[in-house]
Design a protein around this ligand. Structure first.
Ligand code: AHR
Length: 501
C-alpha cells in the first residue's frame, strides 16, 4: 500500500504547548507508596523517593504532573499531609476504599517533582469541601509569608513558596461516583466562586474547570455549556477525560477510537466558541485533556476487588499490563493531540507509575518501562515545536465508530530552533506495509533522516520485570532522502518516528 504525505513549512496548525505531554499521579493503589515513595528501597533518596523511578520519569520528559487526584481528591484534606510525619492521621479514602497514611503530602510531592524535572499541577477538593479549603491550600503553597498558612508552610520546613501556576477546580464533578458529585449548575456556581477567590489572591493563576468524564456521560455536552456559562470569565481551561478499551479484542475498531477522541475535542471546542460568543468574551478557553490512557486490562476485576476489600494501604490496583497493540493506540492518541494543538493546551497521561502507567515498580526491587512508555517518550521529547497541517493521501477503512479511518495515522512537528521535522506514524493495517512518500516543502535543505520503529509480531506482547525489553524501539536503516523527498516503508501494525534534520 502507498501513502503520499506533504508537509509545508507554512501550513501549520499551532505552536504545541509542551504541557500536552503532561502526566498524573494520584494517591491510588501503588502509584505513590512503593511507586514514587519507598523509604527502605535501595535507591531511595533522603526524602524516601525512589531514584530509579525518578530517572525513568526524567527520561520520559513529562513537563507537568497533576496531583493528588483523581477521585481521591474529592474527599482529601490536604492539611493531613503536612507537618511531622508521625503526627499525620491515617484516613479512609472513600474513592478506592483504601487507607491513606498521609506520609506523602504537598512537601514530599514538591520535592519529588523537582527531582523528576516536572512542574506541579494541583487539584483542589470541590467534592467534600469547597472554597475555603481551596483558598487556604493556594495560600499555603503560593504565598511568600506573613499570613497564617504561608507561615505554617515555613514552620514545616519550606521557606519559599512553590509558585504553582496551574490549578484544577475539582475532579470529574459530573460523575455520580464522585464524592460530592454535583449538578452542572451547582458545580458551575461553586467553581466560579472558588475561581474568583483564587484570582483575588493571584489573577495569573491558570484555572481548569471540570468538563465531562467521558463522551458517554448522559450530561455530555450540555455539562460543558452550563459549566462554562457559569465560569467562562474566570477560567483558562476546561478538562476532558477519556479511557480507551478493547474488551472485544477487535483491533480495527480499537485503533479507530482516536477518531472519537477527535470528535470529542471538536465538539467541546464548538461549545467553548459558543459560550465565548454568548458572553462577548475576549479571552480563549482551551481544553486540558488531563486524563487519558488505555484502561481495560484489569478494570473489571479491580472494580470487584475494591467492593470486597477491607481498606488496605497501597494495594495492587489498576495495574494494567500494556501490550504492543496499546503502543499503536497511544501513538494515535498523541497524534490526535498534536493535530488538535490549536485547542488542547494541556493533556495528562493517566497515570505515571504502577496505576495504568508507563512505569512499573516492584516493592523493594526493580522498575521497568511498559510498552506504552516509548510512544509517549518520543512524542514528549521530539514532538515539541509547531504542529504541521499535513496533506495525507492514503487508503482508509470503515469502522463502526467512524468512516474513512486512514490506515496511516500521522502527525508532523516542525522545531524551527532545532531545525528538525519529526513525523509520528502508525500503520493501522493488519497485513500490509505502507510505503510513505513524504514531500518536504520550504523547510530548507534536509541533510539526514532517521527512522525509529516499534514493531512486534504479537499484538499481545508485553514487557515485564524479567523481560523488560520484549517490546522496544529500534533504529532502522532504509529511509531514503533525496531531493527533499523521503521514502520509507512502515510494516503492518507498527509505530514509527521519522525525523529529518
Ligand atoms: O485515573 C483513574 C481514575 O479515573 C481517576 O481517579 C478518576 O478521575 C477517573 O475516573
Amino acid at each position: 500500500m502507498e501513502a503520499k504525505v506533504t508537509a509545508h513549512a507554512r501550513f501549520t496548525i499551532a505552536d504545541i504547548d509542551k504541557r500536552v505531554y503532561g502526566s498524573f499521579l494520584e494517591h491510588l493503589g501503588r502509584a505513590v507508596y512503593t511507586g514514587i515513595y519507598e523509604p527502605g528501597h535501595p535507591t531511595a533518596d533522603e526524602h524516601g523517593m525512589r531514584r530509579d523511578v525518578i530517572d525513568l520519569v526524567r527520561e520520559l520528559d513529562t513537563p507537568i504532573c497533576r496531583y493528588p487526584g483523581g477521585n481521591f481528591v474529592s474527599a482529601y484534606n490536604w492539611e493531613d499531609g503536612i507537618g511531622p510525619k508521625e503526627d499525620r492521621p491515617t484516613r479512609l479514602d472513600l474513592a478506592w476504599r483504601t487507607s491513606e497514611s498521609n506520609q506523602v503530602g504537598i512537601h514530599e510531592f514538591a520535592e519529588w517533582a523537582k527531582s523528576a524535572n516536572t512542574e506541579m499541577m494541583l487539584a483542589v477538593n470541590l467534592g467534600s469541601r469547597g472554597l475555603d479549603d481551596a483558598r487556604n491550600f493556594v495560600e499555603y503553597v503560593n504565598h511568600p509569608g506573613g499570613s497564617y498558612w504561608s507561615d505554617l508552610r515555613k514552620k514545616n520546613g519550606r521557606a519559599d513558596p512553590w509558585d504553582v501556576k496551574v490549578w484544577c477546580l475539582g475532579n470529574e464533578m459530573d460523575g455520580p461516583w464522585q464524592v460530592g458529585h454535583k449538578s452542572a449548575h451547582e458545580y458551575g456556581h461553586l467553581a466560579n466562586e472558588t475561581a474568583k477567590a483564587l484570582r483575588a489572591f493571584d489573577d495569573k493563576l491558570q484555572l481548569i474547570v471540570c468538563g465531562s468524564s467521558s463522551a458517554e456521560m448522559p450530561t455530555y455536552p450540555q455539562w460543558e455549556a452550563t459549566v462554562l456559562e457559569e465560569t467562562y470569565e474566570q477560567v483558562d481551561f476546561i478538562s476532558l477525560h477519556m479511557y480507551f478499551m478493547n474488551y472485544e479484542k477487535n483491533t480495527r475498531e480499537y485503533l479507530a477510537l482516536p477518531e472519537k477522541l477527535d470528535r470529542y475535542i471538536g465538539t467541546v471546542s464548538g461549545v467553548i466558541d459558543y459560550v465565548k460568543a454568548k458572553k462577548r468574551a475576549k479571552h480563549d478557553v482551551k481544553i486540558s485533556f488531563d486524563e487519558w490512557n488505555v484502561w481495560y486490562h484489569e478494570r473489571k476485576q479491580d472494580e470487584k476487588r475494591v467492593k470486597e476489600w477491607d481498606w488496605p494501604h497501597a494495594p495492587v490496583l489498576l495495574e494494567d499490563i500494556y501490550n504492543f497493540e496499546d503502543v499503536l493506540q497511544v501513538g494515535c492518541i498523541l497524534n490526535t493531540f498534536i493535530r488538535r494543538s490549536d485547542v488542547v493546551g494541556i493533556a495528562c497521561i493517566a497515570q505515571l507509575v504502577n496505576v495504568i502507567a508507563p512505569i512499573m515498580t516492584e516493592p523493594g526491587g526493580a522498575s521497568w518501562k511498559q510498552t506504552i512508555y516509548y510512544p509517549f517518550q518520543f512524542a514528549s521529547r521530539y514532538g515539541r515545536g509547531t504542529a504541521l497541517q499535513l496533506d495525507v493521501d492514503c487508503p482508509s477503512y470503515n469502522a463502526d465508530i467512524a468512516a474513512n479511518v486512514s490506515y496511516l495515522d500521522v502527525a508532523g512537528v516542525h522545531d524551527g530552533d532545532a531545525g528538525t521535522v519529526t513525523f509520528f506514524a502508525v500503520n493501522r493495517h493488519e497485513s500490509e506495509a505502507i510505503t510513505i512518500d513524504l514531500a518536504l516543502e520550504r523547510f530548507g535543505e534536509a541533510k539526514s533522516v532517521e527512522h525509529t520503529l516499534i514493531k512486534h509480531d504479537d499484538l499481545e506482547a508485553v514487557n515485564s520485570r524479567d523481560n523488560p525489553d520484549n517490546v522496544k524501539p529500534e533504529r532502522k536503516e532504509g529511509a531514503n532522502l533525496a531531493g527533499g523527498k523521503i521514502t520509507v516503508t512502515v510494516p503492518p501494525y507498527s509505530y514509527s518516528m521519522i525525523r529529518v534534520t
